[in-house]
Design a protein around this ligand. Structure first.
Ligand SMILES: [Zn+2]
Length: 237
């Protein structure tokens, strides 16, 4: 086999090994993202529950303040009952007390309703906290395994990258530049065998004159259709 072709094919196989490792890293990242998505759903649910609690709590405090004020005002009216003498004034204060009692009862009812809302929201928050904690605990093993997988692949990748560099350094500079440029463009299938008198990548027919060149070794001009570096499959076998 042509020496340059052997080096090119070696480099290509190293790049394919790197690509396979990158795909495995991609799978790990996708698995981690799936766990993150589960977690962020639970975090969002907890946020929503937390906001409901705060909202109900704020309304409850406002109402409780109002009810306290109303009760104090009512107590003052009741004290005034002891002070007024004239029947007309007495009747007026009694009417005020009756009116205020109605308002107070209504506000107390509202306060009881918001208390109930707050209790319900607190319960939902507790539930959401529990769900999140259970999810975190449940994911711990899976995340540990993923981290371990990532470490292993990272190590393999570092070794594969070093091997790739060693292989690339064997090539003449212009060929290496050309290969790297093609790799950037195509990602894969950079050095391709001729098949049935056509390019193995894009199936463009190779002119007879160039076929002879191919049999002699590399066709460094590359495929007219897609630019890959062609070689004769027979010569490589
Ligand atoms: Zn081609």
């Amino acid at each position: 086999m042509n020496a340059e072709l052997a080096k090119l094919l070696d480099l290509q196989s190293k790049d394919e090994a790197l690509k396979a490792l990158d795909e495995r890293l991609g799978e790990v990242a996708r698995d981690e993202q799936a766990l993150d998505a589960q977690l962020s759903d639970a975090v969002r649910a907890l946020d929503t529950a937390e906001r409901s609690v705060q909202d109900a709590s704020r309304r409850r405090d406002e109402l409780a303040g109002k009810v306290t004020d109303y009760r104090r005002a009512q107590a003052q009216r009741e004290q005034r009952l002891d002070l007024v003498q004239k029947p007309k004034e007495l009747a007026a204060v009694n009417a005020e007390i009756d009116l205020a009692r109605g308002v107070l009862i209504k506000e107390e009812g509202e306060l009881a309703r918001v208390d109930g809302e707050l209790a319900g929201a607190s319960e939902r928050r507790t539930g959401a906290e529990r769900t999140l904690a259970e999810l975190r605990a449940g994911q711990a093993t899976a995340r540990g395994e993923l981290a371990e997988r990532r470490r292993t692949i990272d190590d393999e990748r570092a070794a594969a990258a070093a091997e790739r560099e060693r292989s690339a350094s064997q090539l003449d500079r212009p060929l290496r530049t050309r290969y790297d440029r093609l790799r950037k463009l195509r990602g894969t299938n950079i050095v391709v065998p001729m098949r049935n008198a056509a390019c193995g990548a894009c199936h463009t027919t190779i002119p007879t004159s160039r076929r002879a060149q191919l049999r002699g070794g590399l066709l460094l001009e590359g495929c007219e259709g897609c630019g890959v570096i062609l070689y004769s499959g027979e010569a490589a076998g």
